[in-house]
Design a protein around this ligand. Structure first.
Ligand SMILES: *Cc1c(COP(=O)(O)O)cnc(C)c1O
Length: 436
């Protein structure tokens, strides 16, 4: 029986509608930006394997460090015990993180990194005897799939069946040149009405909302109002961390440094699951006491898994190399010149796409359709299938086509992607026109 058939008999895949979904591809091995299937095909991983893969697949340096670690220690309880990989990773992170983030708390994925930040924020005020537990977030936010993370996420999207169980959160529209005045007015109104514990945000790019990019100056205005209000700034850098936006962390483009920061995805270069919540020393200190109940009584079985920490150490050491930042700059510049091409400007004028934007290593094209723009837009399946036929794994978010490659992609490989996109835009413009 084929692997696909055996899969269909027993597995239940994430974010998958079995009633309509495309065929599975069975990947056997991978190297760099390439995925190789059992039946001898290859696909370029333009999606970075759900945004986690930053150095390419099976990087020999990560493999080597993991091999060494496998001989020494696989896993151990992390309460009352410590080990070299956990401490070393903590040191590497605190040296590179935005100013003031001096404590590292481990969990095992992006959702739990957010969950931990929310709980830390609530208990921070609880321990200080202050009544603050309300959160503010941006419309369109995605912070993960556990209940706390879902609660601070966009309503009416992925989570409709669960919404009545969420805690109350206020949402602010994402600021832009047109609405900035209105957004700041709404913010002032909300701040007068409530005492917020924290503001949760994906700095500069809202990933799952469709790679929505927004202005750092606008974000700074919101952050400075929240800080003045006394709320904690909780930066969810699960997607934007580790070079995606052209800096180590997107928060480093901002004036205000966050009080709490959530990391996962690129943290281990996509090799093993690991989550991190970083906090300031002053938050940490409110948990230090003789009273056990004031401690942060939260932990996961696989906290600080030594293998996962080792993969993260290797990934950070690769990011420390000059050539990695040269690649990041090469990709950013290539994306930028792509969106400035006469051809892209032309298709934009002809309403084939409504937006072309780039930030760091992320390129975003919003296809114009006669349906609502967003995750449920039906052009997705045609777009996905077309690029798969070309050997490119591009997983659009509805009508949002994006490129988010591992940093090891070459200029030539990037050009293959752009060529395919140019070709697809012609096809899309024809099908879009006939459907009008
Ligand atoms: C992916 C993502 C999460 C959730 O991470 P998981 O590891 O999938 O649980 C949280 N926040 C942001 C910004 C993300 O992109």
């Amino acid at each position: 029986m084929s692997l696909e058939k055996r899969d269909h008999a027993v597995l239940w895949h994430p974010f998958t509608q079995y009633g309509t979904e495309d065929d599975l591809i069975a990947v056997e091995r991978a190297e760099g930006v390439w995925l190789f299937t059992r039946d001898g095909k290859k696909f370029m991983d333009v999606n970075g394997s759900w945004w986690v893969n930053i150095h390419g697949h099976c990087h020999p340096y990560i493999t080597q460090l993991l091999n060494n670690q496998l001989q020494k220690l696989h896993h151990v309880i992390f309460a009352g015990v410590t080990h070299e990989p956990a401490v070393k990773l903590g040191e590497l992170l605190t040296e590179r993180a935005p100013e003031g983030l001096k404590r590292v708390f481990y969990s095992d994925n992006g959702s739990t990194a957010v969950e931990v930040a929310l709980k830390m924020a609530i208990q921070y005020f609880f321990n200080r005897g202050e009544k603050r537990k309300r959160f503010l977030a941006f419309e369109g936010a995605y912070h993960g799939d556990t209940f706390g993370a879902m609660s601070v996420g966009q309503r009416g999207g992925f989570n409709v069946p669960f919404e009545t169980l969420f805690f109350e959160v206020d949402f602010l529209p994402l600021p832009n040149e047109e609405n900035l005045h209105e957004v700041m007015k709404s913010l002032r109104k909300l701040l007068a009405a409530h005492q917020y514990a924290g503001f949760v945000y994906e700095p500069l790019i809202q990933g799952a909302a469709g790679m929505r990019m927004y202005n750092v100056g606008h974000l700074d205005l919101v952050l400075s109002a929240m800080r003045e209000h006394g709320a904690l700034l909780i930066a969810d850098e699960v997607f934007t961390g580790f070079g995606r936006t052209g800096a180590w962390f997107a928060s480093q483009h901002c004036v205000a440094s966050p009080d709490l920061m959530c990391l996962s995805k690129g943290l281990t270069a996509g090799v093993l699951p690991l989550g991190v919540t970083m906090s300031t020393e002053s938050i940490f200190n409110t948990f230090v006491d003789n009273d056990k109940a004031r401690a942060f009584l939260h932990g996961h079985s696989f906290t600080a898994n030594p293998l996962a920490c080792t993969a993260a150490i290797a990934s950070i050491q690769l990011l420390d190399r000059q050539e990695c930042w040269q690649s990041i700059r090469m990709i950013s510049a290539a994306h930028q010149s792509f969106i400035e091409e006469a051809y892209i400007k032309e298709v934009k004028k002809e309403a084939v796409i409504s937006q072309a934007a780039a930030m760091g290593t992320v390129l975003r094209l919003e296809l114009q359709t006669n349906e609502r723009s967003g995750y449920y837009n039906s052009t997705r399946s045609m777009t996905y299938a077309w690029f798969m036929k070309k050997g490119l794994l591009i997983r659009p978010l509805g009508n949002i086509l994006y490129v988010n490659p591992p940093y090891c992609i070459s200029r030539e490989e990037l050009e293959t992607v752009y060529m395919a996109i140019r070709e697809y835009l012609i096809i899309h413009s024809q099908s879009h026109r006939t459907s009008l």
